[in-house]
Design a binder for this molecule. Structure first.
Ligand code: ACO
Length: 325
């Protein structure tokens, strides 16, 4: 049986030039490099400069992904940007990216599922491709979380960074078997009862201001490992696979302890996990495509590898995608 498979045929990423080392926070806050590294694994992160916006980061990552895929912007039918830090309340960042790339046909929209945003975007893009709505989709995660940090809150400001990653997802034909290349299965979840564990204390309708990120870190941590392992297993089961089949986990890069805990629950050694959190911090929806692109640039994936991506964030919202490279 011939089926349409959404296949990643290019990746790209972009990081703002300003690198903020842990030591920089210790000059204004009661914190230390030791505390940050031991609790989170983060050593540095990038912050966008004044005048550099989420759409700029997204556009740069998209250009790199198009180049990596060896295609031109006019071959793209849809642009989807996962972000919680848009340039404007509306229109969508994706339309700005579309314009920056000179794309004048097809459609563009944003997805907001915070740190799980890229997994949600990849699942939606896959659905559009399988339904015949688009042949090639740019799926981008882009964030400027530095803009929603409370600079005086040491428990959050040290954890997040800015950046963007992008993939080109293309319709290819497959056999329907789980040996096909491309997205094999997705699992998405949300539970709004946990909204207050991680949220931003402002917004258009409530305050008219963008607000600052607030987090109950210990509680988020508790939910994270358990829910990430569960959604990973569900995605694998939907694809008729199990944890032993995974070649690479490309997790949301929030915290090294969460990444290690989830790998351990899945029974996978850290050699099979892509880790970039030390250099990027938590870039929310950008973290998975950033990690995918960095690993791809390093030549770590080979055709046929089974890749499992998983993420959790505000909402709470969480999910996983199983795909073959
Ligand atoms: N420097 C020094 N001390 C700090 C800092 C800091 N930057 N931040 C907090 N502390 C203090 C706290 O005030 C507390 O002090 P107290 O004991 O005197 O009250 C102490 O350190 C311990 O605080 P905890 O919050 O219990 O520390 P914990 O070991 O849980 O680590 C952390 C905190 C890193 C936030 C952890 O809970 C975590 O990783 N949670 C997951 C949250 C996360 O990754 N969120 C990202 C968004 S969601 C997602 O992407 C998955």
């Amino acid at each position: 049986m011939s089926v349409i498979r959404p296949v990643i045929c290019g990746t790209g990423h972009y990081l703002p030039s300003r690198v903020v080392e842990n030591a920089e926070f210790a000059t204004s806050l009661n914190t230390s490099d030791d505390w940050i590294v031991s609790r989170s694994g983060i050593e540095r992160r990038h912050f966008a400069s004044d005048g550099e916006y989420t759409s700029d980061l997204a556009t740069n990552a998209a250009r790199a992904a198009l180049q990596n895929a060896g295609i031109t912007a006019d071959q793209i039918n849809a642009v989807i940007v996962a972000t919680s830090t848009p340039d404007y309340t509306f229109p969508a960042v994706a339309t700005q990216v579309q314009a920056n790339l000179g794309i004048t046909s097809g459609f563009a929209f944003d997805i907001q599922a915070v740190c799980a945003g890229f997994v949600f975007a990849l699942a939606n893009a896959s659905g559009l491709i399988m339904a015949g709505q688009a042949k090639r989709v740019l799926v981008i995660g882009a964030e400027t979380f530095s803009r929603i940090m409370d600079p005086n809150d040491r428990s959050t400001v040290v954890l997040f960074g800015d950046g963007a990653g992008a993939v080109v997802l293309e319709a290819q034909s497959g056999t329907g078997a789980n040996t096909d290349r491309g997205v094999l299965a997705c699992d998405l979840n949300s539970d709004g009862r946990y909204r207050e564990l991680l949220y931003v204390d402002g917004g258009v309708s409530r305050t008219g201001q963008s607000g600052h990120l607030r987090m109950q870190g210990r509680e988020v941590f508790r939910h994270a490992v358990e829910k990430l392992a569960a959604t990973a297993m569900t995605a694998l089961e939907k694809a008729g696979l199990n944890a032993a089949d995974i070649d690479w986990i490309v997790p949301h890069q929030a915290n090294l302890r969460i990444i290690k805990g989830t790998a351990q629950k899945l029974g996978l050694p850290m050699e099979r996990v892509i880790v970039t959190v030390q250099d990027h911090g938590n870039t929310s929806a950008a973290s998975i495509p950033l990690a995918l692109s960095v690993a791809n640039c390093e030549g770590r994936f080979k055709p046929g590898d089974l890749i499992l991506t998983e993420a959790i964030g505000g909402g709470l919202s969480w999910g996983a995608v199983a795909l073959r490279w």
